[in-house]
Design a protein around this ligand. Structure first.
Ligand code: GTP
Ligand code: MG
Length: 460
């Protein structure tokens, strides 16, 4: 478990930039910095106001040797990220300077921070709830507009607020139910059963809505899975390379070139799509190729979007029969891409539209009509909920807790409707409260905290 009460320090930036940032937090943060810093004003940092920046020299506390010219920003508790006294040292980005600065801070009394330790302190100081703390990691990892919107909504407490509201209401009624137990001899009811019923119905629908948003949230966070499927030589690997803008997969006119699946995440119109190039579908006696085709089927079943690629010179009826054999589910979107339309005439040919499947003519080799394909991809994902500010769940831990809450809610409603005694209903409500509480961190354990924060980077 993370120790608190001491002073921690860590680089907050990756190596390689022109500048680096080192953070220090804890009761002695400023006095430790004062042992390693000579301000040009001659004043100590501890005597300075919060949110002020100070220029000077970083020096070794042992022998006063010069390390770097730095700027230090001062924060006084509780007005800092961690709620403790903090300083942020901005120095030059040399690996040696960062190491020497860290050595100086440790020599002066700081401890090197563990991964996520600054955010743990922010959580323990009540600066963030657990869902918000987890959003900090998502924010750092966000690589496109959609995942950034998702993380920033969670960081600003969008669904934390919703869950806290539901929890507070449930808590009030659970307490009233528990109060009835104290008066069990007198047959009184404090918790209005109609109100309780309505509240449970409301909580159920909110939790259901949040659970349903996970499919979108998780896909946006991890990248929307898109499988590129088709017969050997259709041009699947060529298409992946065209979208990635680099030679990611091997291309050749030998049918069966791609054996294993190849994944690449590509940003399109502000969203991350996780494309899987697959082994071409055909009957094969080759054991390795059959293993590859098995993986193609796996990619197909886990994809949200399927791009079925066919050579435009193939007979249309054969293409459509192949597509029908894929057994696409109603949740999956599919488009047929007629590839190798290298000249204008082929690109503008009309394709029979008797099936309700979009058909896009492209040339993967020459990059023709790829914009139409990109439009199809971004239109396939309904992001209205995300951009209209609705709460969208993207965290698997939260989703699991919501499922547990939903199960306990269903049991509580059943208990209420069948007129079971208050203590049984109260027990079910407690389970709902616990499940919701683990999301925002009202209910937590050392194991949960370790699990969450160990995935953070050092310095965050
Ligand atoms: N003319 C033309 N040739 C293409 C196009 N796309 C792919 N090809 C060619 O088709 C051949 C097969 O391309 P690949 O991308 O390796 O096909 P694949 O579907 O990945 O094939 P497998 O990995 O064997 O399943 C190569 O010779 C490509 O250059 C296209 O748009 N136009
Ligand atoms: Mg290939």
């Amino acid at each position: 478990m993370f120790a608190t009460g001491d002073t921690i320090a860590a680089p907050a930036t990756a190596t390689g930039g022109a500048l680096a940032l080192i953070r220090i937090s804890g009761p002695d943060a400023l006095s430790i910095c004062d042992k390693c810093f000579k301000s040009i004003s001659g004043k100590t940092l501890i005597s300075q106001k919060g949110y002020t920046a100070h220029f000077g020299n970083m020096i070794s506390p042992d022998n006063g040797e010069f390390i770097d010219e730095v700027v230090i920003t001062v924060f006084h508790n509780p007005h800092s990220y961690t709620g403790e006294d903090m300083a942020e040292i901005s120095c030059h980005g040399s690996r040696w300077i960062v190491a020497e600065t860290m050595r100086a801070l440790v020599a002066a009394g700081a401890r090197t921070a563990e991964a996520g330790e600054f955010t743990v302190r922010a959580f323990l100081a009540g600066k963030l709830d657990l869902a918000q703390a987890e959003a900090v990691a998502d924010m750092i990892a966000s690589g496109n507009r959609a995942s950034h919107t998702l993380a920033s909504a969670q960081l600003r407490g969008h669904y934390s607020a919703k869950l806290t509201e539901i929890r507070a209401e449930l808590l009030r009624l659970a307490s009233l139910l528990e109060l009835e137990l104290d008066f069990s001899e007198e047959d009184v009811t404090f918790a209005d059963r109609t109100e309780l019923n309505n509240l449970l119905a409301h909580a159920t629908s909110e939790i259901e809505r949040l659970s349903c948003s996970f499919s979108l949230g998780n896909a946006i966070k991890e990248g929307i899975p898109v499988a590129i499927i088709g017969k050997p030589n259709a041009g699947k690997s060529t298409l992946l390379n065209c979208l990635a803008g680099e030679d990611r997969a091997m291309v050749s006119d030998i049918a069966g070139t791609t054996r294993d699946t190849i994944e690449e995440t590509i940003n399109i119109n502000g969203m991350g799509f996780r494309f899987t190039d697959t082994a071409g579908l055909r009957e094969s006696d080759d054991c390795l190729e059959r293993m590859g085709i098995e993986r193609t089927h796996k990619a197909l079943s886990s994809a949200h979007i399927i791009l079925y690629l066919a050579d435009c010179h193939e007979v249309w009826q054969d293409i459509i029969s192949e597509v029908q054999r894929l057994n696409i589910t109603s949740e999956q979107r599919i488009a047929i891409l007629l590839n190798k339309c290298d000249n204008e005439q082929l690109l503008h040919d009309v394709t029979p539209s008797e099936y309700d499947i979009p058909v896009i003519r492209i040339s993967a080799k020459y990059g023709l009509n790829i914009d139409a394909l990109k439009c199809f991809l971004s239109d396939s994902i309904d992001t209205a909920a995300l951009y209209s500010g609705d709460a969208v769940v993207s965290n698997a831990r939260h989703y699991e807790a919501l499922q547990q809450a939903a199960t306990a809610l269903a049991t509580a409603r059943e208990a209420l409707n069948t007129g079971l005694p208050s203590d049984l209903i109260a027990e079910d409500l407690r389970q709902v409260l616990d499940a919701i509480g683990t999301i925002t961190g009202e209910i937590t354990s050392t194991d949960i905290l370790n699990e969450i924060f160990s995935k953070f980077c050092v310095g965050k």
